[in-house]
Write a protein that binds this ligand. Structure first.
Ligand code: ADP
Length: 476
């Protein structure tokens, strides 16, 4: 099989710039593809936080035309720590030299349309300064979704693939922003960017990309429904070829209970006594009673509607009546932060840490017995994968990637209905299984030994790239 040349264009790439799961995918999948012999590189903006990265400035500047203005940018090249993946950092201080990547959670930066229109264009124009001539440009979510649009307008030779990590974020802006997108209003309408009286980056990408993918097979099906399509189901159904669902992998070096440096003790499926140490230390550090017999439930999430954090809150009185402990880590909607902080202060069996804490996230994954994810929708989800690897059985709602990656009674517990009662019932089922220690151990072992690294997803993306190249060749 021939060696593929693929350029990843994205707004995040772990560890250089991460906000969520998108960054993890862009940080890990290129390396997995390189291990299969392909030449895969990444382009992201040179944010303030990426300026410390050791990087070489390329000799030639990048020229990007936005409407009638030519913007000149320096391009830097750095490498990811794993697999030596080349990453191009596109500099444009006026747009990217800021503390944040997108701005506040509720409202992004006012000029996000312009910032990410620029990034999309820069990715398409990059070849002129790097000499890297990709077969496929792989775009991720709305911040680069205008890339496929520009490639189509230019009749680019390369195929374009757009992965949707979360359909809820579309890059929808007022029509006045169309001036800043790099093409005029008529063209915007023509290529599907204009939508519902404004511009919609993601819609443009969905209409224009050679192939569209998402992060789990179940989510690929859900997004075609009116309920799950976030206003774009018709656009998605209108594509000539189907949406491909490929389950994300996890970084199995960073998330490996055998070597995880955040843990007080390391373990694997054959040394679960060490997991008990993690539980005890976690209980102690959080101020929970150090009891081995009580089930410790973990939950790490952005406190947002998507994660069903309201359902968990409603379920808590019934959950706590079951004699369980709960360790919550998260931040987000103010009501939820207040709710969990108050409960943490008043209940001996609940500890909530409000904020973002990578180390604690690892320690909860390792120390808990069960992990709760009552999501409304979940494109893929990572925590249910981490928790399986750490022998912490996930209790998840049957949506999106949760349904695709947790098997009820085999690697965790799955419930259908989004309600406090269903969540509580699922926890009761899990607790009953835990009382049968042999069965519980068997499920833990099955979860822990399941393969879920990127080496599973990489061949599927490779096949998708080849389909996209074939489609592009036919079109041309
Ligand atoms: P999403 O990307 O929708 O937030 P995922 O489950 O796909 O959900 O990924 C979330 C990632 O962010 C996981 O790695 C999770 O551990 C991490 N995370 C979320 N909230 C926190 C937090 N408060 N502290 C530490 N890590 C967090």
């Amino acid at each position: 099989m021939s060696r593929l040349r693929v350029l990843f264009a994205a707004s995040e790439c772990t560890p250089l710039a991460k906000v969520g799961g998108l960054g993890d995918v862009v940080g890990a999948l290129p390396g997995a593809l390189r291990r299969r012999g392909h030449d895969v590189r990444v382009v992201i903006p040179r944010y303030r936080r990426t300026m410390q990265a050791v990087a070489t400035r390329l000799a030639r500047p990048l020229r990007v035309t936005m409407r009638d203005r030519v913007l000149e940018s320096a391009v830097y090249e750095t490498r990811l720590p794993s697999d030596d993946v080349p990453v191009y950092l596109v500099e444009h201080d006026e747009l990217f030299d800021r503390d944040g990547i997108y701005g506040g959670v509720a409202h992004g930066y006012d000029d996000n349309a312009r910032r990410f229109a620029f990034l999309s264009l820069a990715a398409v124009a990059l070849e002129a300064v790097t000499g890297f001539d990709p077969d496929v440009v792989h775009f991720h979510d709305w911040p680069t979704a205008l890339g496929p649009v520009h490639m189509r307008i230019r009749g680019a030779r390369a195929a374009s693939v757009l992965t949707i990590h979360n359909l809820a974020h579309q890059g929808a802006f007022g029509l006045e922003h169309s001036e800043t997108l790099g093409f005029g209003r008529d063209a915007a309408a023509l290529v599907g960017v204009e939508h519902a009286g404004g511009v919609n980056f993601l819609r443009g990408g969905i209409v224009s990309a050679t192939r569209v993918a998402t992060v789990s097979p179940r989510y690929a099906a859900e997004m075609l429904t009116l309920e799950g399509g976030a206003g774009l189901s018709e656009t998605l159904r209108g594509r000539a070829n189907p949406i491909t669902g490929i389950l994300n992998g996890i970084d199995d070096v960073l998330w490996d209970p055998r070597t995880d440096p955040h843990l007080p003790a390391n373990f694997d499926a054959s040394s679960l006594a060490e997991k008990a140490v993690c539980k005890r230390v976690l209980q102690r550090s959080l101020g929970l009673r150090e009891r081995a017999d009580v089930a410790l439930l973990g939950c790490i999430a952005r406190f947002v509607h998507q994660k069903g954090i309201d359902v968990l809150a409603q379920a808590l009185p019934a959950l706590l009546a079951l004699d369980v402990q709960l360790a919550v880590l998260g931040a987000g909607e103010p009501w939820a932060e207040r709710f969990f902080a108050r409960l943490s202060a008043s209940s001996p069996n609940v500890r909530a840490v409000i904020g973002y804490d990578e180390g604690l996230a690892h320690r909860i994954e390792a120390g808990a017995d069960f992990f709760l994810m009552p999501s409304r929708y979940e494109p893929c989800g990572l925590n249910q994968l981490y928790s399986q690897r750490y022998g912490t059985l996930p209790i998840v709602r049957a949506v999106g990637g949760l349904a695709d990656s947790v098997e009820h009674g085999v690697t965790g517990f799955v419930f259908e209905e989004l309600s406090p009662e269903s969540l509580v019932d699922a926890v009761k089922t899990a607790l009953a299984v835990r009382r049968d220690s042999e069965r519980f151990r068997a499920i833990q072992r099955a979860a822990m030994t399941k393969r879920m690294g990127w080496d599973q997803a990489a061949p599927q993306y490779e096949a998708l790239y080849r389909l996209a190249m074939r489609d592009r060749a036919h079109e041309a």
